[in-house]
Design a protein around this ligand. Structure first.
Ligand code: ADP
Ligand code: ASP
Ligand code: MG
Length: 412
């Protein structure tokens, strides 16, 4: 007998039939003698709809009330799944974030989990009851308001619950049957990976592969939770097609130089034209942005040709573009740039692999492959196991396919 956590994403609980299908998957584990806790997302599209309601009332709104609204979708699916389980004879009870509770910090809209109290559900799991936990939500320490964990946050709920329960596995059921070399919805030749290291999965997720929320991978890595990504749509009786296991580096037998390619459309580029080239100028641009809690990702500063002025380009999240522009324009008097150019039609493409640490020429191959397709690179950034480029959005799919082939990742 093992204790396991199963998480079902939005498409897996998109309607009542699919919730019944999920109940059967849970029942199979229970009948195999396991203790099961389930984490559910909201029905597909629900959270988007709730977010839209908030922004329709006001584009800039109270984050506490936003959380009350957007957390609602998971309340519905947790109750429905408990009902569906009861219907097929499996004792089950739903749990909202505040009921366990899932304690978080007070960063509404993107709260961090501080701890989960599991004594009561463990007592009930010992008696054979399935705990159906609403993902994505918690309760803030201090003011005890409802919080949410950021988009895609049910993955993190599941991994955190698996860590708190000391579960043997955390199975993340979604609409693809594993983690692929790149988004299989865009590149038909993408290959399913049997295993991927925590580190690479973390980098893929943080560069835009939404199959797992970045924080869930961080948490799995820190608590050594065995995460498996698999499909909830495989109807083969008895077992699932094996999905993808997220593991330590030493569990990978054959290491590719590049194991995955991610993209993010969530980027925007700002260029400040002809900024005075003097010490302290970067600090005076990025200081106010940091104070406004705007994350800056890629940065390039051109060599100045006259020694007096330079162009400075950087990227921020697309959702922060208007605010960033506002912050910079408010400081225009001090910065004395000539012109601000903003561009939201960009995409960041990143190639990722731990093998890069010991191999040269990875970036060069990327630049060559893009050049061969006539794709212009706007900004470049690198880290130990990643090379990212910013390109015009219209080339996103072409670039992904070209890079996938160039690094030998295409399925035979
Ligand atoms: P869920 O609702 O189950 O949480 P998500 O939509 O959040 O599902 O994540 C699954 C999606 O992630 C897939 O449908 C796929 O389009 C996308 N995706 C992006 N990159 C990858 C990748 N490398 N491997 C698998 N899926 C990926
Ligand atoms: N329902 C939430 C979202 O759409 C959380 C999740 O699905 O993981 O972001
Ligand atoms: Mg998701």
């Amino acid at each position: 007998m093992a204790r396991i956590v199963q998480k079902f994403g939005g498409t897996s609980v998109a309607d009542v039939d699919r919730i019944r299908n999920v109940a059967n998957k849970v029942a199979a584990e229970v009948r195999a003698g396991h203790q099961v806790a389930v984490v559910v997302s909201a029905m597909a599209g629900q959270t988007n709809g709730l977010v839209k309601h908030c922004t329709e009332i006001s584009p800039i709104h109270d984050a506490r009330e936003y959380d009350v609204v957007v957390a609602a979708g998971e309340q519905i699916t947790s109750g429905l799944l408990a009902l569906a389980l009861q219907k097929i004879g499996i004792p089950a009870r739903s749990w909202l974030g505040w009921q366990l509770p899932v304690r978080t910090d007070g960063t509404h809209g993107k709260a961090r989990i501080l701890g989960i109290e599991t004594a009561e559900i463990e007592r009930r799991m010992d008696q054979g009851e399935v705990a159906v936990v609403a993902g994505f939500q918690g309760i803030a320490e201090g003011d005890h308001r409802i919080t949410t964990l950021g988009r895609g946050g049910s993955d993190t709920s599941a991994v955190a619950l698996a860590a708190a329960l000391d579960a043997e596995r955390c199975d993340i059921y979604t609409d693809v049957d594993g983690v692929y070399t790149t988004d299989p919805r865009i590149v038909a030749k993408a290959r399913k990976l049997e295993r991927i290291t925590y580190e690479e999965m973390l980098e893929l997720a943080s560069q835009g592969a939404k199959v797992l929320q970045t924080r869930s991978v961080e948490m799995a890595m820190n608590h050594r939770v065995r995460v498996q990504v698999l499909s909830s749509f495989d109807e083969r009786p008895g077992s699932d097609l094996p999905g993808t296991l997220v593991v330590d580096e030493d569990e990978i037998v054959e290491q590719e130089i590049v194991s995955g390619i991610a993209y993010s459309r969530d980027e925007a580029k700002i260029t400040l034209v002809r900024v005075p080239d003097r010490p302290g100028i970067a600090a005076s641009i990025f200081g106010p942005l940091a104070e406004a809690a705007i994350n800056v990702d890629m940065i390039v500063q051109n060599v100045s040709d006259d020694g007096k002025t330079t162009d400075l380009t950087f990227t921020v999240g697309k959702a922060d573009l208007d605010r960033a522009r506002h912050v910079i324009e408010a400081a225009e008097h001090d910065l004395r740039y000539q012109r601000l150019v903003a561009d939201g039609d960009v995409v960041k493409v990143s190639v990722i692999g731990v093998g890069m640490r010991s191999h040269a020429g990875v970036a060069q191959r990327m630049f060559r492959a893009l050049a061969d397709k006539g794709i212009n690179i706007l900004v470049i950034s690198t880290s130990e196991i990643k090379v990212s480029v910013l390109i015009a959005e219209e080339y996103a799919e072409l670039a992904l396919r070209a890079l996938h082939t160039a690094y030998g990742l295409d399925r035979a």
